[in-house]
Design a protein around this ligand. Structure first.
Ligand code: ATP
Ligand code: MG
Length: 438
């Protein structure tokens, strides 16, 4: 009987070394950005009680209604693989009493799970980098948070970005608006797509977010939330816009940008790219002043965002990256192979990128492979060198080394003892430090 071919689940993606190189770069940049901004990392479990998301994201959302990976564990508790980070972070902040300790500036990174239809930039296990600012209510924090997202994407070299912002006002503002909108839409029920018809009863503000083109066209005529804002909310939004201008961050006001739940307040924003097709949003976020109380904590302001790493990596494209080895250690013969293992380790401990050839093939083959890897300097150990406690050094074909054409072809012998120092000097481009040719 043929064995069934085992494959990753649909929408769950392996990242191979070629790809993890890019990911590591993104992760490292994110870490540095947060560190410079005084934001601390928080790591929460991947698995939480289902009730956390039902309350923290809302039963009426697609995420909770259709996309969660929920199951009963062996103790019959309903568990869910986290579909997003905010609810978990807020739960942890409440659970550990962080909110009594003043403002919290937290970030996270890791996998999220949603049962969606997989396509480019949309997976079932995907990854987010996220920021949450808790117990900071003023509008400067909205702008600081947006600037952190913008600058991270900008520093990664992503182009064609657009910041879209809107305000949802206070829950009071939204109640007024919801009434207006529902009234207006009820008269045009027959022009709405089926999904939106259903939302009219459950979550009418989400209709503004519909991806259906006919519905979007219809909505161009609909009353706008900006028009029903109270004076205070309007003033706050204007200050947010002013501050973005002061930071030179370009933005457009997007009245259709909404989040349907009651705990969202004031600023909502997205950063989109014109190069992502249908999955255009790289980063989404906003203020959620009602969430902490909703999850059983003291009334506490909150502002945050999450960006999808897969989409970000798609945008980074296949720019070439420098992970080629600096040194390739070629070796042949029993004693030489043992020396090579020792010396490669020494070079790595000196912080060099070192490829150790383990093939046992002829030197000609090992050289070919070293060139293919894009290595710069070859360390060559044959039986003779191993006996003498020395190695040969030679520039590899692709090395943009500082030496003359002459020295490109030359080999040097150095003792094992001097190896690390000599290699470091050669790679640093101190040509005059080249040892005398043998
Ligand atoms: P979308 O409208 O694309 O479904 P969303 O509103 O569900 O996005 P959020 O919950 O705000 O997304 O998540 C923030 C970011 O996480 C998104 O802007 C996107 O970059 C990323 N993201 C969300 N869902 C997925 C997914 N299934 N696969 C890959 N990335 C995702
Ligand atoms: Mg979604």
């Amino acid at each position: 009987m043929a064995l069934e071919r085992l494959q990753a689940l649909r929408g769950m993606v392996d990242l191979l070394p070629q790809q993890t190189m890019v990911w590591q770069q993104v992760e490292e940049q994110a870490r540095q950005h947060f560190q410079r901004a005084g934001v601390g990392e928080i790591r929460t479990p991947l698995l939480e009680a289902t009730a956390l998301f039902a309350r923290g994201i809302g039963e009426a959302t697609d995420v909770v209604g259709k996309e969660m990976y929920s199951f009963r564990d062996r103790g019959q508790r309903s568990c869910t693989l986290r579909p997003e980070g905010t609810a978990s972070v807020v739960r942890a902040a409440i659970q550990h009493g962080l909110l009594g300790q003043g403002p919290q500036r937290l970030w996270y990174m890791g996998p999220m799970f949603r049962y969606e239809r997989p396509q480019a930039g949309r997976q079932r296990q995907f990854h987010q980098i996220g920021l949450e600012l808790l117990a900071i209510a003023n509008e400067r924090s909205d702008v600081e948070a947006m600037a952190m997202a913008w600058d991270l994407l900008d520093d990664l070299g992503i182009q064609g970005l657009q910041l879209q912002i809107n305000t949802l006002g206070t829950p009071e503002d939204r109640r007024c608006y919801r009434e207006q909108l529902v009234g207006w839409l009820e008269q045009r029920m027959d022009q709405l797509d089926p999904d939106s018809q259903q939302r009219l009863a459950t979550n009418p503000l989400r209709i503004l977010d519909s991806k259906n083109q006919a519905t979007q066209d219809l909505l161009k005529e609909a009353p706008q939330l900006l028009g029903t804002l109270g004076k205070e909310s309007r003033g706050r939004f204007e200050r947010v816009c002013q501050l973005l201008q002061a930071l030179d961050i370009p933005f457009v006001i997007q009245p259709q940008l909404v989040r349907g739940l009651d705990y969202y307040t004031h600023t909502a924003f997205e950063i989109t790219s014109d190069q992502l097709g249908a999955q255009a949003t790289v980063c989404g976020g906003g203020r959620y002043d009602g969430l902490v109380a909703m999850l059983g904590g003291p009334p506490t302001a909150g502002m945050g965002w999450a960006m999808g790493i897969e989409r970000l990596v798609l945008l980074l494209g296949q720019q070439s990256r420098t992970t080629a080895p600096q040194v390739v250690v070629l070796n042949r013969g029993d004693a030489a192979q043992e020396r090579a293992l020792v010396l490669a380790r020494q070079l790595r401990r000196a912080n060099l990128r070192v490829e150790l050839d383990l093939s046992g093939a002829t030197f000609a083959r090992q050289f070919k492979r070293a060139d293919r890897l894009g290595g710069r300097l070859a360390v060559i150990i044959g039986e003779q060198e191993a006996q003498a406690g020395a190695v040969k050094l030679k520039w590899l074909h692709q090395a943009p080394h500082p030496g003359s054409e002459m020295s490109r072809r030359e080999e040097w012998t150095v003792s094992d003892r001097d190896l690390c120092r000599t290699v470091e000097r050669l790679l640093a481009g101190e040509h005059q430090a080249e040892p005398t040719p043998v």
